[in-house]
Design a protein around this ligand. Sequence first.
Ligand SMILES: Cc1cc2nc3c(=O)[nH]c(=O)nc-3n(C[C@H](O)[C@H](O)[C@H](O)COP(=O)(O)OP(=O)(O)OC[C@H]3O[C@@H](n4cnc5c(N)ncnc54)[C@H](O)[C@@H]3O)c2cc1C
Length: 468
Amino acid sequence: MSTTAQHAFTRRAFLQALLLGGTMAALAFHARLLHAQDQNDDDSDRETVVIIGAGAAGIAAGAYLQAEGYKVILLEARDRIGGRVLTDRTLASHPVELGAEFVHGDNVITWDLADEYGLASREIGDEAELYLFTSQGVLSPDQWANIDGINLIDDDELDRLAESWYEEEDSDLSLAELLDEHEIDLDPDVRKLLNNDMASDYGADLKDLGVLGFIEQSYEGDDSEYDGQLADGYTPLLEAMSENLEIRLNKIVNYVEWDDEGAIVYTEDDDQIEADYVIVTLPLGVLQAGDVEFDPPLPDDKQEAIDALGAGHVDKIILKFSEPFWEINFAVIATIQDTQIWWRPGYGREDEASILTALVGGDAAKRFEAMSEAEVITAALRDLEAIFQVQNLRDKLVEGRFINWGGDRFSKMGYSYVPVDGSEYREVLAESVGSLYFAGEATHMERAATVHGAIESGWRAADEIMEM
Ligand SMILES: Cc1cc2nc3c(=O)[nH]c(=O)nc-3n(C[C@H](O)[C@H](O)[C@H](O)COP(=O)(O)OP(=O)(O)OC[C@H]3O[C@@H](n4cnc5c(N)ncnc54)[C@H](O)[C@@H]3O)c2cc1C
């Protein structure tokens, strides 16, 4: 298959490329240190680490440090753990993921963790079940590739173009400009599919993604293009990892006083907690909004990195129907519409509920975020009616949800991306300053925008504290 179709479903295809050499081997070691010990009562000579945020990064850092004997306290603004990991158990008899859904790669640390905690995994549909919706209707990838006169983009082409730019030039430009630079005249549908693929995968459109950042996030590791799932959902993994951790929920941190010796972390409800070290795992969007004040302010280069990186908008639309109305046995449909890509979250399960999920990123996500939930659902139903050539889908709608991560006070984003001239800022974002340490998906040079990247970033920050 040589259309964007393959590209559309192999998020990590681009990331197979080279350059930065992963830290995975070093980090894999930490899989052995997962079981946070019970905090014992004698805190007198233990150093205290306060972790802001109980998402994947915060929990991973906390479990590791507690196992190493530190006194660990996690402060979480929400009334639940998990952050951008949120498995719903109410919509269907099987889990439905409202945030992170897939484990990208067959060698990533998530599988080791799943083994450690006895969590089952499951495969998802292969390419045979992947379809495209174009102005010519629903096409199988083979049908699409066989249409005469259409200007196809090879699935590795963007990758090759980006690499050759990286090797030959010392300036940055957007992926859209890169295509223009090479005078690649794409069929409008192909261009739209490519853009939608990148937007849902990276949280930004081709015009907003920098070539150098795109290369930076490519790595030599062997994560592979495999996408799998935790059979019972992502939340159970974080629940297992956070067992025995002291997590204080509904604690909205709004002020951090810090210096080289330690910090005091303040919450909206007037708590203040002293710490020897603080790990900040706030989402980039929250950092950019300045919701937490640092005193003294973060150094200029740190603030510059926060401002320079992209907090990508990525949302989900989840529609539950009274019965399936699709006649093709698709797992995924990539589309030229604003809803970008649809899949069946229960695909392959015996108890599959009639639910469809759309993943929407970039400018399309921002357009949806500007609408009411009812308007989003109406627009999504309209898109599905066009794809499947059916009418009055609303009559079959049981429940519709718009999961607006961009509008969520405690994420303000979907996942991070590197805009033009933004490369190398992830490293600056990750650097510690005084008693403050930084983790979270946006701080990972190679595996940003993933759960396993967030976990690894937590371990990296924990390592830095242990080296002190
Ligand atoms: C729609 C969507 C789909 C995704 N799909 C995938 C996927 O298929 N596979 C994959 O690997 N990744 C996916 N991701 C990305 C993945 O979810 C994230 O990279 C990862 O969960 C980020 O973890 P984190 O710990 O860095 O941040 P978060 O999970 O955001 O954790 C940060 C925590 O800080 C808390 N917080 C915020 N403000 C405050 C405050 N003032 N005080 C205290 N606490 C605060 C938040 O509530 C949150 O719990 C997806 C993300 C989205 C949004």
